[in-house]
Design a binder for this molecule. Structure first.
Ligand code: SF4
Length: 366
């Protein structure tokens, strides 16, 4: 089974998906309703870009409130470019994959400095912007500017793999999936069509228990005809994830907690965090406390999953003498780049989810 068997049905499938979208499009704050683009009403490219970056690896439900918070605080690409990176990272806290926030900010500055504050309109030009990959470039060009591009996100990938019963396991199967989407995408209205397919994948052709009974293209779907819907898209054999161990340090004084800013490169770069022992994707931490003293150890209190590894966290709580972090004498300043943060206001510290979990555990435990 595969793409060639369905070539003759491509037009019919595309028409049914487009018709279905007219009455069933999800109302989302970065979109214009179906058909409006044809009438000359286009969504703001800044909104399309922001939403597409936020939606990578994150659900629509989680993104909506972040999108609204960002556009309220930074209503234009110029205002985002003028923001401090630390503020953008703090506002992003909780969405995960923080390289996206750093790239977002870098890209906004690039557009202001090099493109007179205007988004390029062509997929090929969008690809030159920092942090914009093939998917995002195709999506912005089609949705915000009407270029006929081939847009393939995870929802579309699943929909195409099932419609065409593409047997090649991912990631090699992506080539056939792209050919399939290319065959279906119309010359006009590629943006609406991409969003129609995204919606189908998100609401009907879902990863688990797809609603084939409500599907407008059920009669044309090869996976359905084979009775093997959940086999597609065919996944590669699973690799087991590495497990790393890291130790975080809880240093409290007068209802304040010691926080640091992480190094500018590496995991969770430049984010505010608890001090730790140098764990990383490729190594366990060194379990060494930042200074000698009385430490109480709690082992494996939190487990956190990153894309390529899982982290088990130990927490060491300091019970020794007061430490001075603001001293000019570096011998009295055992942790660099540290600040005291009021414990009752930790929710405003912009801590990444991993550190948020540790804080929650500790405050519950007290
Ligand atoms: Fe997806 Fe089922 Fe529709 Fe096929 S019939 S496209 S598997 S929802």
């Amino acid at each position: 089974m595969g793409v060639d068997r369905i070539t003759g049905s491509a037009g019919k499938i595309a028409a049914k998906i487009s018709e279905h979208y007219v009455d069933n499009a999800r109302i989302l704050p970065w979109r214009v309703p179906p058909g409006q683009s044809g009438g000359g009403i286009w969504p703001d490219p800044y909104h399309v870009w922001l939403s597409e970056v936020m939606l990578q690896q994150t659900t629509v439900a989680a993104v909506i409130s972040y999108f609204e918070k960002f556009t309220r605080r930074w209503p234009t690409v110029a205002s985002l470019a003028a923001a401090e990176q630390s503020d953008v990272l703090a506002a992003w806290a909780g969405l995960g994959y923080y390289a996206r926030a750093r790239n977002l900010h870098k890209c906004a500055r690039y557009i202001i400095d090099n493109k007179e504050g205007l988004f390029p309109q062509k997929e090929s030009e969008l690809l030159e912007l920092p942090g914009i990959g093939p998917y995002t470039a195709a999506a912005i060009a089609a949705i915000a500017f009407g270029e006929r591009t081939v847009v393939v996100d995870a929802n579309i990938e699943r929909l195409m793999a099932r419609l065409f019963a593409i047997d090649t396991p991912l990631p090699a199967g992506k080539a056939g999936i792209r050919v399939a989407m290319d065959r279906l995408t119309p010359e006009q209205g590629a943006g609406d069509f991409a969003q129609a397919c995204m919606d189908m994948g998100a609401t009907i052709c879902t990863a688990k228990t797809p609603r084939c009974g409500d599907c407008p293209v059920q009669s044309l779907c090869q996976a359905h005809a084979l009775g093997e819907v959940e086999r597609y898209p065919v996944k590669p054999a699973k690799k087991t994830k590495a497990v790393r161990r890291g130790r975080f340090f809880w240093i409290e004084d007068n209802d304040n907690l010691l926080l640091v800013t992480r190094p500018g490169k590496g995991m969770l770069a430049a984010m505010r965090a608890l001090p730790d022992d140098g764990w990383a994707a490729r190594n366990d931490g060194y379990a060494a406390a930042p200074f000698p003293g009385k430490w109480e150890l709690h082992e494996n209190i939190v487990q956190h999953s990153f894309t390529h590894f899982s982290l088990e966290v130990d927490l060491a709580v300091y019970h020794g003498d007061k430490i001075a972090i603001n001293s000019r004498d570096s011998r009295e300043r055992p942790i660099s780049d540290a600040i005291w943060w009021p414990i009752r206001e930790l929710e405003h510290a912009g801590l990444p989810t991993l550190f948020g979990k540790v804080v929650k555990w500790k405050l519950k435990e007290q």
